[in-house]
Design a protein around this ligand. Structure first.
Ligand SMILES: C=C(O[C@@H]1C=C(C(=O)O)C=C[C@H]1O)C(=O)O
Length: 175
């Protein structure tokens, strides 16, 4: 593949592919989150960690001169999507314990990986402001999602979760 042009050329071209691909990375790493929590006292829903994530990404958006409100809104969906995967896997493992993970990743380490993805996602959200606010946003989002589902060969659970991660991407903030 040919390298994408840097900076504004790419923004004007208006792809949401980086944002969607990072969202896919986030729903895929949710498998490791579920495996880290399975059989422990750590709940799928962790409101304290969610607040930490939302505060960190809003701060990072501000540092980039981007919109912290839009960024937080998109991340609320990203968080819900992660829980869709975790609940889906728990359902599978409850129904058939032979499919449950036999190794437990360290949740702290997995969260460092999520922090890294979050940072890149904040940047992708900031870089996509023009296309996100354009009338063709939904078209770009649909095309990006189809390309990523296919490119990453997402299974039905992760495809549904990816869909759950994206509804606010094309939402406009209140004026
Ligand atoms: C991914 C986790 O599970 C949930 C989803 C979160 C997220 O997507 O950032 C944060 C906290 C949890 O409610 C986690 O606990 O780290």
């Amino acid at each position: 593949a040919v390298a994408a042009p840097a900076g504004s050329a790419r923004v004007q071209q208006g792809t949401l592919r980086p944002l969607v691909d990072l969202s896919a990375q986030r729903v895929l790493v949710a498998d490791e989150v579920a495996a880290a929590k399975w059989g422990t006292d750590s709940p799928i829903d962790d409101p304290a960690r969610e607040r930490e994530v939302l505060e960190a990404v809003a701060r990072q958006a501000e540092e980039l001169g981007a919109d912290p409100v839009a960024t937080s809104r998109i991340f609320r969906d990203q968080i819900e999507a992660s829980k869709v995967v975790q609940r889906g896997l728990y359902g599978r493992w409850d129904a058939d314990p032979s499919q449950a993970p036999t190794e437990r990743p360290d949740l702290g380490r997995v969260r460092l990986e999520i922090n890294r993805i979050n940072g890149e996602l904040v940047r992708a959200i900031a870089d996509s402001a023009a296309v996100r606010e354009s009338p063709s946003c939904v078209g770009h989002l649909t095309a990006g999602a189809a390309a990523v589902v296919h490119g990453r060969r997402l299974d039905p659970l992760h495809t549904v979760a990816l869909g759950r991660s994206l509804p606010s991407v094309c939402e406009r903030g209140a004026p």
